[in-house]
Design a binder for this molecule. Structure first.
Ligand code: NAP
Length: 397
């Protein structure tokens, strides 16, 4: 039986993780849930999964949760321990009772708790992007030193993880990551400046959190995935290709040295990769739709348009540059995406803000989590200032 901490239980990956648990109660026990502030989603999760500890971002969240628990009628003796703040996330991910951590907080708020769980040698089902985009070098050194198992949950990396089982690492020539192309795949470049947040949030194949959905529309998300894949599997950026595959059914491919290409294919349902991260190296029945091979279908593969989606090219350049560049890339993008969602900047300005921030932020080497978080903070501040300098109204990001 695996004992889990779910970081980001109220989000898209978190709720899918708990659905996998719900269907396999005999295999998994939830020790702790960690969330930001969504008490409405968290409360029923507590009643159903009865974790021992719950960590929220703020003490106000804990107060609201306690009110909800009291109103629910749950006897106080059965309440979980309620914690708040940065240290609480680390506490629940490093607890001795826990052998597996699902890392599904959005943003750098998930970095330290995941890193510390790695340093305790736990299995990590990794969804959070920032862990490797911002802290790849430090995190992978810890994985090697402490023998942690880092199993990717993101469908593309999970697909690559599966394809890599077909041969030796020395026999691998290239990784091919697929991208749906997002909602603006067929939108002319000139029209992108005036697209709305609502249009950008309308992802054609996946339902996810807002940040990652906008990052899919700019192809920034695919750039982050290139960076993550470099760290996870030891590729140079030049060994990774991105292809647009609008059907999102082939998730990743590995080309071996003899020219043979192994593809991982499955329905667009995150419960399969989440479950794989829990069961690997074994597999078990997953509650996801199967591909009907009796039905005629067409799968397309197209090259990405890097002029229309320049953030993808920028991600390659940042990974080649090394050091703090990818940390700044992520921080600036997060601020620019929030500003776009608030209507403070246009869609194409996301790239402008990110590239301007990178140009103005002096790079440095990052050797500690504190150093990464400081770089992230400074990069965000710079991005905010750049937005404020151009936005007509007050910016609250
Ligand atoms: N969704 C996908 O299919 C998918 C696929 C691949 C990778 N990912 C990556 O996985 C991560 C999660 O994605 P998602 O789509 O599940 O995002 P999401 O739906 O926006 O959920 C984010 C989660 O993070 C929590 N959170 C935010 N700030 C926090 C803080 N300061 N302390 C504790 N918890 C905090 C949120 O809590 P509250 O809601 O309670 O505030 C929520 O539970 C992201 O890094 C994303 O890029 C997602």
């Amino acid at each position: 039986m695996r004992t889990l901490t779910v970081l980001g239980s109220t989000g898209s990956i978190g709720t899918n993780t708990l659905d996998v648990v719900r269907r396999n109660r005999h295999l998994y026990r939830v020790y702790a849930l960690a969330a930001g502030r969504n008490v409405d989603v968290l409360l029923p999760q507590i009643l159903e999964f009865q974790p021992s500890v719950v960590a929220l971002a703020t003490s106000d969240g804990v107060r609201r949760l306690a009110e909800g628990l009291a109103a629910s009628g749950m006897p106080r003796s059965q309440w979980p321990e309620l914690l708040s703040g940065d240290a609480a996330r680390v506490q629940v991910s490093t607890a001795g009772e826990v052998d597996t951590v699902i890392s599904a907080i959005v943003g750098v708020a998930g970095l330290e708790a995941t890193y510390e769980a790695i340093r305790r040698g736990k299995r990590i089902g990794l969804a959070n992007k920032e862990v490797l985009v911002s802290g790849g070098k430090l995190v992978m050194e810890a994985v090697g030193e402490f023998g942690a198992e880092l199993v990717p949950v993101d469908s593309e990396h999970n697909g690559a993880h599966q394809c890599l089982r077909a041969g030796n690492r020395q026999e691998v020539a290239r990784l091919i990551l697929t991208a749906s192309g997002g909602p603006f795949r067929n939108t002319p470049k000139e029209a992108l400046a005036s697209v709305t947040p609502q249009q950008a949030l309308n992802h054609p194949t996946w339902r996810m959190g807002n940040r990652i959905t906008i990052d899919c529309a700019t192809l920034m998300n695919k750039g982050f995935e290139v960076i993550e894949a470099c760290w996870l599997f030891g590729f140079a950026p030049s060994e990774i290709d991105v292809v647009i595959h609008p059907q999102s059914t082939v998730h990743a491919m590995i080309e071996y040295s003899d020219g043979s290409v192994i593809a991982q294919i499955s329905a667009t349902d995150m419960r399969m990769p989440i479950q794989y991260a829990l069961t690997w190296p074994a597999r078990s029945e997953a509650p996801v739709p199967r591909i009907d091979w009796a039905e005629a279908r067409k799968w397309e593969f197209l090259p990405p348009d890097l002029d229309k989606f320049p953030l993808l090219r920028l991600a390659y350049q940042c990974q080649e540059a090394g050091g703090s560049a990818t940390c700044t890339l992520n921080a600036a993008d997060e601020i620019a995406v929030e500003a776009f969602l608030q209507g403070a900047i246009g869609f194409t300005s996301i790239y402008e803000i990110v590239s301007e921030t990178l140009a103005k932020m002096p790079p440095r080497s990052l050797h500690t989590i504190g150093g990464i978080l400081e770089m992230d903070r400074e990069s965000r501040m710079l991005a905010r200032n750049l937005i404020a300098a151009r936005a007509p109204g007050p910016v609250t990001v």
